[in-house]
Design a protein around this ligand. Structure first.
Ligand code: COA
Length: 183
């Protein structure tokens, strides 16, 4: 099974990102209140080309693994809201799968990150992924709150991209009893 079909939640469509999302990626990364968490100082801020590169990387990730970061689109308006989903990456000194979230600032505080991330953990359960991690800068209180609302457990700290991060862990496959998994 792969996760390539679009999923819907109460308010969202979650779909594989496509070329038409390039403006959304650029706007998301270029916004200072987003970029500061995804590429903190002293790293150089994002440039528009980074949006293109992240979109291309996410597309490749989907092609290679059958899952990846979704384009989050509001069902009612069709508006691109952000990037949430699963991604293979280094978790400290080993490979693992993270759940990531970023929502455009104009729509913060409406529960969209939590709604999309819960769907990502449900997809991880469908894919029988045992462990999913979130790596969050300690000062990123909104992101910590998202992890807490998802009932991810604290799993210590980890260095990632040169910064100390709080590590959160979920066990999607184990959270869903085997006899209730879709066949
Ligand atoms: C983190 C982020 C994705 C949250 O998106 P969102 O759609 O606003 O998230 P939600 O509405 O689902 O939940 C946010 C929660 O954080 C809370 N929150 C927001 N700002 C906060 C702050 N400064 N301190 C504490 N809690 C905060 C909200 O009140 C909400 O909790 P509640 O539902 O209990 O009220 C968004 O802020 C973002 O895109 N940030 C920049 C990118 C980023 O940091 N990504 C994560 C990298 S680890």
């Amino acid at each position: 099974m792969t996760g390539g079909e679009a999923r819907t939640t109460e308010r969202l469509t979650l779909r594989v990102p496509a070329d038409r999302d390039v403006a959304g990626y650029r706007a998301l990364l270029m916004h200072p209140t987003i970029g500061v968490w995804l590429r903190p100082p002293p790293l150089a801020p994002f440039e528009p080309a980074d949006g293109d590169a992240w979109l291309a990387e996410d597309t490749r990730h989907w092609e290679r693994f059958g899952f990846g970061p979704w384009a989050v689109v509001e069902r009612a308006s069709g508006e691109y809201l952000g990037r949430v989903g699963l991604r293979r990456t280094e978790i400290g000194d080993r490979d693992g799968i993270e759940v990531l979230w970023a929502i455009g600032p104009a729509r913060h505080g409406q529960g969209f990150a939590g709604e999309a991330a819960a769907a990502a953990l449900a997809l991880a359960a469908d894919l029988e992924i045992d462990e999913v991690f979130a790596m969050i800068l300690p000062a990123n209180a909104a992101s910590v709150r998202v992890a807490e609302k998802l009932r991810m457990e604290r799993a210590g700290e980890v260095e990632h991209a040169g910064f100390d991060h709080l590590l959160f862990r979920a066990a999607p496959a184990r959270a869903r009893p085997r006899d209730r998994r879709p066949s």
